[in-house]
Design a protein around this ligand. Structure first.
Ligand SMILES: Nc1ncnc2c1ncn2[C@@H]1O[C@H](COP(=O)(O)OP(=O)(O)OP(=O)(O)O)[C@@H](O)[C@H]1O
Length: 225
């Protein structure tokens, strides 16, 4: 599903954020990427979403090299990837429903189909009853669920999340992580950047550890104690 081969990333004027990173993620696998602040977690996810490009190395998604995806091909690629951010990035002047529907509007899906899919996504995150509300009237955990519904509404094969529980209290954080695990159970590949080690350990999934841009440990789910 995901293949990184000797990937390095140097930001303009900066030092190397990722150094010769190689790892694979199988279809349907769920893995965490962890490491200290500045270790390169966000950079790794940005390379997958083509928000950034690598300086060296190969990144492939479902066997397709991302280097071959030009500017015009980015929207199509992004439809295969659902992205969740720490700060949810919802449009605060649109309803919950409109936020979740947005990727389908951009994708040119017909209105009736959009309604069906957006409501199914909201139902999956337990927020169907909130569809007419504005995000401001929701709690932090609920807003993050709306962000997740928006990420999965176009049925991506890969779900990536950057510190999705960073702003939540521990109980809500567990609930959000369990929601991600549910998407894995129905076949979605899930990759989550997080520095919350107690939470990661609790989830018992594969853990990839970065340190100054290098992969220093890759712990299989069965080995997480
Ligand atoms: N746009 C950028 N321009 C220059 N340097 C950057 C840029 N984005 C990130 N960096 C640098 O790259 C390194 C890795 O950053 P990255 O955000 O990937 O780390 P992180 O592990 O996600 O950190 P955090 O947990 O604090 O979010 C850091 O040294 C950071 O300062």
């Amino acid at each position: 599903m995901i293949r990184f081969e000797q990937v390095s990333k140097r930001y303009e004027g900066g030092h190397e954020a990722l150094s010769q990173l190689s790892f694979h993620v199988a279809p349907g696998e769920m893995a965490f990427v962890t490491g200290h602040s500045g270790a390169g977690k966000s950079t790794l996810l940005k390379l997958l979403g083509l928000i950034e490009r690598p300086s060296h190395g190969l990144i492939a998604l479902d066997g397709q090299s991302l280097a071959k995806v030009g500017r015009a091909g980015i929207p199509k690629l992004r439809r295969r990837i659902g992205m969740v951010f720490q700060d949810h990035r919802l449009l605060m002047d649109r309803t919950v429903y409109a936020n979740v529907e947005l990727p389908l509007v951009i994708g040119g899906i017909a209105p009736a189909e959009r309604g069906r899919r957006a409501r199914a996504a909201l139902e999956k995150v337990g927020l169907l009853a909130y569809e007419r509300q504005l995000p401001a009237s929701l709690s932090a955990g609920e807003r993050q669920r709306v962000g997740i519904a928006r990420a999965i509404v176009a049925k991506p094969t890969l779900l990536i999340a950057d510190e999705p529980t960073g702003n939540l209290d521990p109980q809500l954080a567990v609930e959000i992580m369990e929601l991600f695990a549910e998407f894995q159970q129905v076949g979605t590949t899930v990759l989550i950047a997080s520095h919350d080690l107690p939470l990661i350990k609790r989830m018992k999934k594969r853990v990839v550890v970065l340190d100054h841009g290098r992969l220093v440990a890759d712990i299989a789910a069965q080995e997480v104690l």
